[in-house]
Structure formats: structure tokens, C-alpha cells
Design a protein around this ligand. Sequence first.
Ligand SMILES: Cc1cc2nc3c(=O)[nH]c(=O)nc-3n(C[C@H](O)[C@H](O)[C@H](O)COP(=O)(O)O)c2cc1C
Length: 329
Amino acid sequence: MIRTRFTEMFGVDHPIVQGGMMWVGRAELVAATANSGALGFLTGLTQPTPEDLVKEIARTRDLTDKPFGVNLTILPSITPPPYAEYRQAIIESGIKIVETAGSNPIDHLPHFKDAGVKVIHKCTAVRHAVKAERLGVDAVSIDGFECAGHPGEDDIPGLILIPAATQQLTIPVIASGGIADSRGLVAALALGADGVNMGTRFMCTVESPVAQSVKEQIVANTERDTKLIFRTLHNTARVAANAISAEVVDIEARGDAQFSDIQHLVAGARGRKVFEDGDLDAGIWSAGQSQGLINDIPTVADMIDRMVSEAEHLITSRLSGFVTAVSAA
Ligand SMILES: Cc1cc2nc3c(=O)[nH]c(=O)nc-3n(C[C@H](O)[C@H](O)[C@H](O)COP(=O)(O)O)c2cc1C
């Protein structure tokens, strides 16, 4: 067992988190994660309405009696979803752990705190993590430049970002982005983190609800097979390399692209089609550089057991073997 401030605070066996993932963070994956002793998050906005989220929480509870949480991704939008209603659904369902992401959680935090909900805020910059700590979140996840989804605009990889964060924060820090196995877990702990958050690795498991062809493509892909889109809009997203993400990058490279020029390519409904129908070029889909470390499609339990047991071996055998006593002169 690897115990950290994170495992103590959230009452889980392993310092491993399955982060919120649009269209992926559903009951089966979250329950499998919880039953394996790690912390899984349902993705709130994957459910079309707050009422559907209440049902998905109940469905997850039918599959596990272990702790799990809900991700609330707060993105700036012209037509925002009813965030306050999703928040209320989370609180009224008795959920005690929430992952916020996307922007400052200030509007939601007092409500969660009043309801006794622990909040992990996921961000991509040390300054945002420091601000979140000041606002009163219980822990932060920090996504390095390697990550799937939104890595921010600073382009700082985890090897710098995580220790830069842990040296400024007192609350537990969860390292995220580019982690897919025991080596990433041990490295994150060495960098001062209290746990790791993974997306792409969890997406490529038996219980992940995406099409088999997507999982097989992740296994086939290398660390080079991602594209950064929305760079020119200052809303960067790391997605899998495919015909559509290549087209978006080409349009953005012209230098004068507006969102309206790429909107038809990046529509959420098209990305959902990739996951549901397995048509890999139907739209854009998030995946990180950690694809280069993913070589199989295990069950969540096998993946987590392997990660933890190999990490224990790395710490107690390989790393400790490097330390030699200075011989007496
Ligand atoms: C398919 C997919 C969808 C994602 N959707 C969300 C989301 O809706 N909200 C969020 O906070 N993070 C989202 N993420 C980011 C993950 O929670 C996690 O921070 C990220 O994947 C970590 O990087 P990794 O993929 O290298 O492990 C998504 C990631 C993937 C792979």
C-alpha cells in the first residue's frame, strides 16, 4: 500500500484519480475505479440534465459502495449549462467529493463547503493553484502540458510544474498529465505530489465506455500522435491526431482563423460520435501524450493493481538500491 495525505483525506486505498472525462466518465468506469480502491469522478456535464446526473449517481451507487465523486467542468460559454442546478444535484445526491475544473470555482465553493463536500480543483498553472488554495479548496490537481484536454497556455510540462506547485502549496497536490503507469506515479511522488490523476490511461480500459476502435487506436498511437488545437483562440486543447484535428491545425495556421471557421469540425456531437460509433475521423477526441506509454487494454482493477505493485517495487527495490552507505575510511 502507498499511503499519502491524499489517500487519508479522501478515504481511498490508492493515490490514483480517474479525472472527469466528457462522454467517458460514466457509472461503469467510475464504479470499477472505486471498487479498485482509487478515486473516480463521474463527469457531470456528460449527463444532459441535472436530473440525469442524479440518476447516474444512483446507478454508480448500485455498482459500488466505495467513495467516488463528480467532476463539474466550468467553461466560459455563450450558452452555459445550468451550473447551479448541476451543483445542486450533486449536493442533494449526497456526493462528498467534487472535482472542479475549467475556471475559477469561486461561485460554487461556498455551496460545496456548506454541504461538507471536499473539493479538488484541477488547474494548469501554479498561480491558479495558489489562488484555489487561498479560496479554500481541499486539494489541487495540476495538469502539465502533456495532458489530454486543456493544458492551458503556459506550456509547462509536469517535471517543472509539479515541483513548482508543491513548493508553494500546503494542501495535497495531485500530479496530472502524461502519467500512465507506475513510473509516472513514483516520479510524481518524488516531485512532491500526493497522488496522480489520469485520463487517457483510464479511457483505454475494458470498463471505459468508448468504442473498441478508439482503445485500439490509443494502443497503436505513440507519444507523437496528438495535436494542439485552438492555440490561436488561446483555449488550447490536446486531442488525438486524426484527419479532423489536422484540418483544424491547418486552418488555424493561416493566421486569420475565427472560431466560426472551425466550429463545424470541432462540434461536441461529432466527438461523441467517435466514442459511440468508433469512427475515428468523425470528429476531434481528447487524448494525451501518455498514449506512447499505453500498450494494452486491461480491466481497471488489473491496471491499478499493476500500477501500485510495480510502484512499490520501484520504491523499495530499484530506487533504494541506488543508495549506498559511505564506507568508513
Ligand atoms: C476523453 C477525455 C475527455 C476529457 N474531458 C474532461 C472534462 O470534461 N473535464 C475535465 O476537467 N477534464 C477532462 N479531461 C482531462 C482529464 O480529466 C485529465 O485531466 C487528463 O486526461 C490528464 O492527462 P492524461 O490524459 O495524460 O492522463 C478529459 C480527458 C480525456 C482523455
